[in-house]
Design a protein around this ligand. Structure first.
Ligand SMILES: Nc1ncnc2c1ncn2[C@@H]1O[C@H](COP(=O)(O)OP(=O)(O)OP(=O)(O)O)[C@@H](O)[C@H]1O
Ligand SMILES: [Mg+2]
Length: 262
């Protein structure tokens, strides 16, 4: 479904002295249809950049990104626009995806209007169905985003995105801004939706435990490169790369610490 081949991204900053940051360095990676790949690595390792490259929200400096067999760099503007609804992103902060001036109903219905996916008379019924799918009480339909909790806002953002019936989703630390109990609920919801709709998922997190819960396969990113990848259980049980071992040990230590201090 998604194939990245030799993909790099170099950011250049500054006008007088150009500074260059190699955020993603020659990455080759693929995700099969309906599978979930967890991308893990420390802050600044290039995870979000790689997620944006996979969606073609930013241009790679080098390499090829293929979506369902289509080389995204060869698509015309209108062809790329037509594939957009099929590829979506969930952000860490749901406020990024929600317009504070419109109600839950309009937030969820907006993509249906923009992409002409449903007749106006059908929209309300579809909004209610999507709210049910993401576990939102129907009486929240007239609320504005500022009248919702963080978890509810993330559910609205998910419903809004599911209105487009995407095939591929990049979830970039979608629960990092939520407290622990709400985090678990949203992760369970994303997993349930992924299983029931057969979505392909690139799940980004710096937390190996979350990745263990969410992904079939895992890729470990360090300084822009993928240093290890494989089935999640194999990589977590038997990490080969020294950086992965360090991440696994740190995850065990923090869970042991949490256990002791509970
Ligand atoms: N638009 C940009 N312009 C210049 N440099 C950037 C830009 N976006 C990211 N970078 C740099 O690229 C590198 C990778 O950043 P990226 O956001 O992809 O990391 P990350 O793994 O997602 O980190 P985090 O876990 O903190 O979200 C960092 O050094 C960052 O400073
Ligand atoms: Mg990031």
């Amino acid at each position: 479904m998604i194939e990245l081949e030799g993909v790099s991204k170099v950011y250049s900053q500054g006008f007088i002295r150009r500074e260059q940051t190699v955020a993603v360095d020659n990455v080759t990676l693929s995700i099969k249809k309906g599978e979930s790949l967890g991308l893990v690595g420390e802050s600044g390792s290039g995870k979000s950049t790689l997620g944006r490259l996979a969606l073609r929200l930013i241009e790679p400096t080098n390499g090829t990104v293929r979506f369902d067999g289509l080389d995204l760099s060869c698509l015309s503007r209108s062809e790329l626009r037509r594939t957009r609804p099929r590829m979506q992103i969930v952000f860490q902060d749901p406020d990024t995806a929600l317009d504070p001036r419109i109600t839950v109903k309009d937030c969820i219905a907006e993509p249906m209007k923009v992409w002409h996916l449903a007749m106006p008379v059908e929209q309300k019924r579809l909004v209610v169905e999507l709210m049910d799918l993401v576990g939102l009480q129907p009486d929240l339909i007239g609320r504005y985003p500022f009248e919702l909790s963080g978890g509810q806002k993330q559910r609205v953002a998910l419903a809004r995105l599911l209105a487009l019936k995407p095939d591929f989703i990049v979830a970039d630390e979608p629960t990092a801004a939520l407290d622990l109990s709400v985090q678990a609920q949203i992760l369970t919801l994303i997993k349930k939706i992924q299983r029931s709709t057969g979505l392909t998922l690139l799940f980004i997190s710096h937390d190996l435990q979350v990745i263990g819960q969410m992904s079939d396969t895992v890729a470990v990113m360090h300084k822009g490169k993928i240093v290890e990848e494989g089935r999640t259980c194999d990589v977590l049980d038997n990490p080969k790369d020294s950086y992965t071992r360090h991440l696994v040990e740190a995850a065990y230590e923090s869970s042991a610490w949490m256990g002791k201090n509970r």
